[in-house]
Design a protein around this ligand. Sequence first.
Ligand code: GLC
Length: 508
Amino acid sequence: MAKKTQTVVNAEEKQVKATVKQKENKPHLPKVTVKKKKSVVFIGSESAPFIATGGLADVMGSLPKAIVANGNYDVSCFIPMYSQIKQEYREKFEFVTSFYVNLAWRKQYCGVFKYVYEGVNYFFIDNEYYFAREGKIYGHYDDGERFAFFSKACLDAISALNINPDIVNCNDWQTAPAIIYLKGMYYGDYKFKKIKTVFTIHNIEYQGWYGMNCYEDLFGFDGSLYSYIEFKDCINLMKAAIEMSDKVSTVSPTYAEEIKNSFYAHGLEDIIAKNSYKLCGILNGIDYDYYNPSTDTHIIKNYSADDVSGKAECKLALQKLLGLPEKSDVPIVSMITRLVSHKGVDLVKQVIEQFMTEDVQFVVLGTGDASYEDYFKYVAGLYPNKCKAVIAFNQDLSRKIYAGSDIFLMPSKMEPCGLSQMIASRYGTVSVVRETGGLNDSIKAYYDGQGNGFTFRDYNPYDMLYVLRSAVNTYKNSKVWANVVKNAMTSDFSWDYQAKKYEDLYEN
Ligand code: GLC
């Protein structure tokens, strides 16, 4: 019995000693605090890889993923469930809920589908009447109603699914109504009270102008919001979102300054100036996994900044594909662009025939205004051994052009950010750009070993031609050119740093 007691005592002693030891050790143990993640919801009218017509889709497809990677936020993204979204994606979507959305006197069905892609919760707003349309995703007679429905449906889905975001980040005019409804009409609801809003302008040119007759009948806006929504006796959705959101961002620091000026602001300069205290410019990044010359399967030979030799093979393959003479020493100048006026196509039109008399090759890929399409086909007809115009939207060919060209021309009249110059740089194709918007923030003129491209300031065809020629002359000096290529390829256009700037904005 005594023995047993002794054993018990020993055991107790051991326990006490262990506890003391544990206590002694405790200060050395790392403190584990479970930090609650915040939540951000992005609302936009398109997102890669599901549906893409422009740069907005690239941003919606890459910024959320970069924010997830930083680990501080749960990220959700809402886009419409267009019938144009490919079946290979649609079949993975999971139905999560449905309800009816009140839009003025209308009661419209809304289904919500979910797909977790690269750590981001993508939600798709389904209504076949609005989003199962033939042809293009924009440009329908009732776009105002379609995107007002979408905007409202997103808020109703946020509530129905109990997402409880800290931040809602809307993008461009199509999702401006979400800010108006949230700040002006849902504000009394406890689920929306604490939400802060960011409105991101990707292009101030498209503002969502509507007649006042749509105010109640179509948008169902509350009369008390009139002074925010009215602009020049019309409804201006972008203007209202700028006025009503907590913060406004745009896609480059230079553009944030430019839109205070009437040349760039398309009538909104005073509204921007008035709200400049809450405006900031954050340069976009590009998806470094998606655009990567060392893994890209669209190109014939992979290469990297450390070993760029594969690029020469890509160039010959491109010349072969397009039916151009396979000459490694003739520079290929390329453009991948929408063929519309603000991309600076007029400058090119004015001097391209002069430029074609030199020992160069010129490739253009894009679609747009018929007059520009016809013009480039005409020039290609005049110089069949030097110029190719592919009037198409072709992802695969675009990669081959990024990889196979030497010089990338982007002389935009206005460019909020521009992503093509970043993609070209990553593929070692040196940009020639006008110093505007994001082009000004991403491409620095090469001088004395520094700089990643060639730039000009005034919107003038001869300034462009001069700089284009100096790029071609630099190309002829292979040692210097290798240096420019290296600078272009090692410029950091990833989201790593830029996504943190969005988080700082949210923290504010
Ligand atoms: C718009 C702008 C473009 C920008 C893109 C993504 O398409 O015109 O400059 O890169 O949005 O923000």
